[in-house]
Design a protein around this ligand. Sequence first.
Ligand code: DON
Length: 304
Amino acid sequence: MDYQKIINEVSEEIKTIPQEGSVADYIPELAKINPNQFALHVQSLENKCYSFGDINQKFSIQSISKVFALTKAYMIHSGKLWTRVGVEPSGNPFNSLVQLEYENGIPRNPFINAGALVIIDILCDTLENPKQELLDFIRKLAGNEDIHFNKKVAESEKRTGFKNAAQINLMKSFGNIKNDINEVLDVYYYLCSIEMSVVDLSKSFMIFVNHGILMSDNTRIMNSSKTKRVNALMQTCGFYDEAGEFSFKVGLPGKSGVGGGIVAVHPEKYAVAVWSPPLNKKGNSYLGMKALEMLTTKTELSIF
Ligand code: DON
């Protein structure tokens, strides 16, 4: 398979698609981003890389960080997690409050905001310094120490994150948040503010390609069964109320963030990260989804 040739074709075709959507302006600091940036990077299990665009430009990973938080919590807690958070797609926006009330404060899955807040609450109970330990974990997966929080983005969201505050308060009222609300929100916002490039992201998701084993030193991060389950959750819940559309058009497990990044994995083959800041109405990168659809269509490879 000549991946680079296919990616070159994708890069030419993507330029002809008129940009739609807009950058995430509900987080004031993210509204400042230049919308005309684009990057795509494929990291293969054979340790080959294929790419185009601004591949070393770091951007806010936002909800992609929820995969790292879940992985860290799942490594420690196994099945105990699933009494506090479900494994079903929500069919609702990532910050919706409606289900949370009639489902008694148990979020549908770990990738909607409420679910990630529960996972962070669990990590706050387990880790001595959750922020630093999560950052160190991500650096290890990416094989790059030069990955950092963006304090301005985190504090900007902390000032304006009224819906997250509503969700965590609602869950606390149902007894599904154990720690201090502000402590959990602080870890959540800092985790979302982490900045990575498409190179960092595709490398850090290689454990989901490689049955839970870190490629750089062959150490096991998570067992195969848990890795399979995280991939299953990415497939069914990674794109909120657009998870079906992403499965239909791209056919890979993946996760998006409102910084405009998307990472997808083809188990035993490759991880691909794409970045284009303008988002569609569901909060997923408009051109990012198009590029991934082109990639799996042209390669004629998906998990289905
Ligand atoms: O809590 C929020 O709204 C953001 N920090 C993360 C949301 C997000 O990235 C949703 N993904 N597409």
